[in-house]
Design a protein around this ligand. Sequence first.
Ligand SMILES: *Cc1c(COP(=O)(O)O)cnc(C)c1O
Length: 504
Amino acid sequence: MSSTSAAAYVTLTAVDNSIEGADFLRRRAEVLAAQTRGLEPNSDERRRMLTKVATYAEDWMAALPSLPGQVPDDDDAVAALDGREIAETATDIDAVLEALWSGVDRVGVNESSGRFFGYIPGSGTYLGALGDYLAAVTNRYVGVKPAGPGAVRLERRVLAWIASWLGYPPDCGGDLTSGGSIATQTAVVTAREAAPVEPEDIRRTVVYLTAQTHHAVDKALRIAGLKRAVYRRIPVDAAFRMRAEALNEAIRQDRKAGLRPWLVVASAGSTDTGAIDPLPALADICAAHDVWFHVDAAYGGAFALCEPGRRKLAGIERSDSVVFDPHKGLFVPWGTGVVLIKDRNAMARAHAYQAAYLADFSADLGAHDPSPADLSPELTRPFRGLRVWMTLQLAGVGALRAALEEKLVLAEYAHLRLGEREDIEVGPPPDLSVVIFRWVPRDRDSNEANHQLNHALQDDGRIYLSSTIIDGQVTLRLAILNARTHLAHVDDAIDAIVDMTKKL
Ligand SMILES: *Cc1c(COP(=O)(O)O)cnc(C)c1O
């Protein structure tokens, strides 16, 4: 309400009630305050609700090992939510939790399950959820440093820790984002401003990627106003990795033609196949041609934490920017992405902002802890770092390191076991933890057969796989990244796949 209409409202009601203005307002404020009681439960009520919520969470955690990878869409279950009206007065927590259970948590794919192998799995750490609970209760403000110096420092510590094992300097720019997509957008906008790519340059500006590049990159470029730039899809080799010599040649040709090579996007763990582009060779080419080198490690980045993964990801430290999703590889709840940009000032030039109402919080870019808002498209945002920090503190990094190496081992194992079957054709040995394969029965079209197999497995629900299309071929993927996926789950998955091929 504008101040004029607010004043008009006050005057009218005060006159109608024939009471002195200030007295009337005082009484009205007290009546309204009494009606807000439901917003602030007392200590007994809080304990009662928290116990119910904790019991719900405990029931979920206890059921998880036996919950399927997916419960197929169930309109009746979801309709339970429609029956739960959003009412004028408070509803008891039992009824609320019942609606949540039947309408939300019982249906759809179950990313928290060790039997979930679709897309790129998440997990959700219980330890991270405890951090989310506290972050929401205390509601610390992490947009600007002076408002929450401790919270901002904690997030910087998390970013510096990630930077340390991705090989980035401690004073690099970085932001905790809602996910890989916004992290990618932050990197693209920073690279655009660093060049800079002016509107009149767009049509001669060239981006290099492959057919395997995640669509989040195309989306980020489009949102950044660059959809009219020139896109060069560089061919990949038999293991789906960008051909470095083809990239070098494309850049040379473009330069000669008067175009402006600007950005190379490498995948360090592509979504379809988990392939890692040849990072050292690409880094050399980008350095030689003075092109921004971006690495999309949203899925694969976490593997740099364990020794075998670190070797596979060598060269990632030579990029100008990198994106990594803790809500995938560090297993924490959804809503956690990271972008690191080697040149912190470039990131600030693209994102820092001054506003009259923030004058108390003037940008201090040289500071050890810059304000997150100066390096981010966001101002106010959740205290995302706490869910990562709590997970690291309460589990210990060793547990995460082991979980990641375990996924690499399980992927190699699944590749070997699937490869033993005559009617299954496996893809190249996995660079990371995605195993691709196709069922190739003699008696029918294999695209049709793989569609059928995928749907039959999804309907069965014991495990959840997803498919993709590579070079026109329907291909199944076993993406092994859930923290709860262990050997027994991979054995279950292989058994389910083999059983199903026999039934179909
Ligand atoms: C998941 C993913 C993204 C997108 O990240 P979101 O967190 O889903 O926004 C981008 N690139 C790759 C390689 C991914 O695996």
